[in-house]
Design a protein. Structure first.
Length: 262
């Protein structure tokens, strides 16, 4: 029996592409489509896209239930994302869905909720060179990548980066102006694997860069859930099903077999 294919949903804000001619020229079908195409180049992966403009932002319960890894790019419209959809995304991450946040998605509602911090940083838009160093060559996200790779022109993100201490730092960026930044970080929340990847400023063809595309493919494979099922409710264990024989004593507030609280 062949293994089940990995199911990836790429969510894109799809705002800059519709309003900015520079971005539209680089990504005529939208940044989300280019990112999805990069991931879909790998064997065994099915990719779909969703955007802010769709009903429920394209992230219905059914879509998320059928998603193993959610990739998120946002910038100009973080506040327009429905809190109800955010709660739905968080629940799926806790259950085991992987979450990959790209570039300015550090300020997205789902990422900030998952981190529990402001996720603020320093930045500069000067079209400078970025050199991304591989901090952990043995990490699956760095598979097939040399000691470093460079992006000729980009927006600078600099430290301090107000995030919880990462479980792992895969990439560290150096910029032409001298700043450094933790550009590839992982965390675990509930059963979900989370990866933040910094490159992706919209006015440069960064998602056409071959190494960036390789990182995206590696990242979704790493973030994919394992077979463990996350318990997302509070089931009541009846006294008769206790591991040891149990005599029930004292008053009880709940009926035997009553559903738990969420």
């Amino acid at each position: 029996m062949s293994p089940r294919r990995l199911r990836v949903t790429v969510w894109g804000e799809n705002v800059h592409e519709r309003k900015n001619p520079i971005v539209r020229k680089i990504y005529p079908r939208g940044m989300h489509t280019t990112i999805a195409d990069a991931i879909g180049e790998a064997r065994g992966i099915d990719v779909r896209t969703a955007t802010l403009q769709q009903s429920q932002h394209g992230l219905t319960k059914r879509v998320l239930d059928e998603t193993d890894v959610l990739v998120w790019w946002g910038h100009a419209a973080h506040r327009k994302v429905s809190d109800r959809v955010v709660e739905r995304v968080l629940a799926r991450v806790w259950e085991g869905m992987g979450f990959v946040a790209l570039h300015s998605a550090h300020y997205s509602k789902p990422f900030k909720r998952l981190m529990g911090t402001s996720c603020s940083l320093t930045w500069r838009e000067a079209g400078e060179k970025e050199r991304l160093w591989v901090c952990n060559p043995a990490h699956p996200i760095a598979r097939g990548i040399d000691r470093y790779f460079e992006i000729p022109n980009t927006e600078m993100y600099g430290e301090p980066f107000a995030i919880p201490a990462p479980d792992e730092i895969v990439f560290l960026s150096w910029f032409e102006g001298g700043e450094v930044f933790r550009s590839g970080c992982t965390w675990k929340r509930g059963n979900g694997n989370i990866f933040y990847f910094r490159p992706g400023h919209e006015v440069y063809p960064i998602y056409h860069h071959p190494v960036v595309r390789q990182v995206l493919r590696n990242a979704v494979r790493w973030a994919a859930p394992d077979a463990t099922k996350w318990i997302d409710s509070c089931p009541q264990i009846p006294a008769r099903k206790a591991p040891e024989r149990l005599e029930v004593k004292g008053p009880r507030m709940h009926k035997e077999g009553e559903a738990g609280f969420r």
